[in-house]
Design a protein around this ligand. Structure first.
Ligand code: DGY
Length: 327
């Protein structure tokens, strides 16, 4: 009998074609955040689980899935998954690094340019008939060339942003758990303490994973240390930034503006005051949202899943400690 695999939500047509021949598939509903209770009758039999970043995989869920061998997350971030609980149970966790690096770095530069040059407001003015005559002091933005970008988290995505930033003529500073000598040699990025990054950045761009250490990293105290002319870009995870503190910072001019591709909570409710601030630009977690990248993520998620079902090492495993355990 083929193994049973749960897709927590329907995948676009053809994106998991590689699975259909190998496994029996059960699919959860489209519009439910998290793993739907409707799937509960299949938990006992499931050997594979394909999750989205909106699904919480915790001890309580895993306890209902005694046959589970592999969780394959359609994301590079795995903060929605209790990795330790999976490792304890011998369950490999797959994720999708690498394939989304360039798309996320592209959007980072897009948001940076959008807030620095006030593109959304200028476009809205033009559309609304507020263009008027050209004048030399109309819609003045910030120059990128010669400014400083501070990158928090110089992993693959942070490095791709550093390359682009250097090409725009930005000075690149970064913080990272470990020094990245290759990236420093290639793009002239310089590792500095967190306090220096906050103090010197004209653009502070977040690319770190969400961990116990980074949750709430950009709080009121951090925002107070930034330049009043600085912009914050969050491409990491919403809870890295304290939303209430950021709202106050933008309302009171502690910093000049923010662009957020991720928020806390997610989605940010439509009545949230951040949407009404002209110095805040919010996009709905679209960093990796290109046709090519999302297909590659799906292909990798399928490859991780199939390897895990066969008991083989996953192409990209987020909890390699699972292989060090005694059988
Ligand atoms: C990820 O993969 O973690 C991104 O946030 C979504 O593509």
């Amino acid at each position: 009998m083929k193994p049973l695999v749960i897709l927590t939500h329907p995948m676009p047509s053809g994106w998991v074609a590689g699975l259909e021949k190998e496994v029996r598939l059960v699919t959860g509903p489209a519009n439910t955040a998290n793993v739907s209770p409707d799937l509960q009758p299949h938990f006992a039999e499931a050997e594979g689980l394909l999750t989205w970043l909106i699904d919480r995989v915790d001890e309580a869920l895993l306890a209902q899935m005694p046959r589970l061998k592999v969780v394959s997350n359609l994301a590079v971030g795995v903060d929605n998954i209790d990795l330790e609980a999976c490792t304890r149970r011998g369950i490999a966790v797959g994720h999708t690094p690498g394939v989304l690096t360039e798309a996320v770095a592209d959007l980072t530069m897009g948001l940076l340019l959008a807030v620095a040059r006030g593109i959304p407001a200028a476009a809205a003015d033009a559309r609304a008939g507020r263009w008027g005559l050209w004048r030399p002091d109309g819609w003045l933005g910030r120059e990128m060339h010669g400014a400083t970008i501070g990158i928090c988290g110089l992993g693959q995505i942070g490095q791709a942003v550093a390359r682009r930033a250097a090409a725009f003529g930005l000075r690149v500073l970064y913080t990272s758990r470990r020094p990245k000598p290759k990236a420093e040699a290639a793009g002239g990025a310089r590792r500095v303490p967190w306090a220096t990054l906050l103090r010197e950045s004209d653009f502070l761009s977040l690319h770190c994973p969400l961990t116990a250490e980074t949750r709430g990293l950009v709080d009121a105290r951090a925002l107070r240390q930034m330049k009043p002319t600085a912009y914050l870009i969050n491409m990491a995870r919403g809870p890295v930034v304290d939303t209430a503190a950021l709202t106050q910072a933008l309302q009171q001019g502690w910093i000049a503006g923010a662009a957020l591709d991720v928020t806390d909570p997610e989605p940010l409710p439509p009545q949230h005051p951040l949407y009404r601030l002209p110095n805040c630009l919010i996009t709905p977690h679209i960093g990796s949202a290109t046709e090519t990248t999302r297909r590659r993520m799906a292909d990798l998620a399928v490859a991780n899943l199939l390897a895990g079902l066969r008991g083989e090492p996953l192409p990209h495993c987020a909890n390699p400690a699972v292989y060090e355990q005694a059988p």
